[in-house]
Design a protein around this ligand. Structure first.
Ligand code: GUN
Length: 299
């Protein structure tokens, strides 16, 4: 069997950003609507700082406004909630993103619940999660939304009747991913650490989405020949072969092994990762349109 197609997340994300750039320009010209994203970062977590820097830079790339609110790690929960209430009230802010994780003294659920659901561009508010699971219009979490674009890029728009297995049941990826696949008429299994025979469950999948956070856990024996494999894992592991103290980023899937069995597969890095921020920008644009009563463009 020939090697799997490598799904190019970078190219897909760049194409989405191009469509967004054109749509943002049209909204400004035709409706004087300037979509704005507020990003809140608490503390000094190095990975979060990189994510936030990338989010702000990519807003600028597509011509979107972004506002950054950095707060020190000792901010109280009450102060953070006050900041969010202020952003809920601002007309120039259409999307609000609070970078996670938050310091231990702050309850992330309380913070997410304080965001106006109409501005919840992460799609983490229970109102948006509930709307997704009941088939209503909502803001969809960015990583699963990006995965769907990649899946449809391989398989086309009609996923009806396909067997999909999502490994991982997080609120951020696993659960919303399962809902999106269900909405597309897939037969969906959500597998997790307690699933009895995980390789056997995964081998049923025409679409296999791995979001467990365990480096290279999904081997060739988990994959049905020809399956579309989406690797959401971003695991940093030691890489002594690159030199002392060096690390590398790997997914949840054993990529070289999977290449020999799958039909198509996302690499790590360069697969799902680039799609997440592009989807965040898309959500901000959609949120702005809905708040202003402007018909959202198809993107
Ligand atoms: N931290 C890691 N991933 C995410 C994400 O998708 N959204 C937010 N707000 N924080 C994160």
């Amino acid at each position: 069997m020939s090697e799997a197609k490598r799904i190019d997340g970078k190219a897909n994300a760049a194409a989405l950003r191009d469509r967004l750039t054109a749509a943002v320009r049209d909204l400004k010209d035709a409706h004087r609507l300037d979509p704005g994203l507020a990003v809140v970062l608490v503390g000094e977590d190095p990975a979060s700082q990189i994510y936030v820097r990338n989010k702000v830079a990519q807003c600028a790339d597509v011509g979107m406004e972004s506002l950054e609110f950095r707060r020190t790690v000792d901010i109280s929960q009450a102060e953070l909630l006050t900041l969010i209430e202020g952003l809920n009230d601002r007309d120039d802010v259409h999307g609000i993103l609070v970078q996670l994780p938050l310091p231990a003294h702050i309850d992330p659920m309380a913070v997410l619940a304080a965001i106006d659901p109409a501005k919840d561009v992460d799609g983490f508010h229970v109102i948006n999660a509930g709307r997704l699971s009941t088939g209503q219009d909502c803001l969809v979490p960015c990583t699963p939304a990006g995965c769907m674009i990649l899946i449809k890029g391989v398989l086309g728009d009609d996923l009806s009747g396909l067997d999909a297995v999502v490994v991982g049941r997080s609120n951020i990826v696993g659960k919303p991913m399962a809902q999106l696949l269900l909405r597309e008429n897939c037969t969906v299994t959500v597998a997790h650490s307690r699933t009895r025979d995980l390789p056997e469950a995964c081998r049923r999948a025409d679409i296999l989405v791995a979001a467990v956070g365990r480096p290279r856990m999904i081997g060739a024996g988990f994959i049905k020949p020809g399956a579309t494999v989406i690797d959401v894992g971003m695991n940093r592991i030691d890489a002594p072969d690159k030199g002392p103290g060096k690390t590398r980023l790997v997914g949840d899937v054993d990529f070289p092994a999977a290449l020999r069995v799958a039909g198509a597969i996302t690499p790590v890095p360069g697969g799902v990762g680039p799609m997440t921020i592009a989807s965040l920008l898309r959500n901000t644009l959609l949120a702005a349109c809905r708040q202003k009563g402007v018909e959202a463009p198809e993107i």
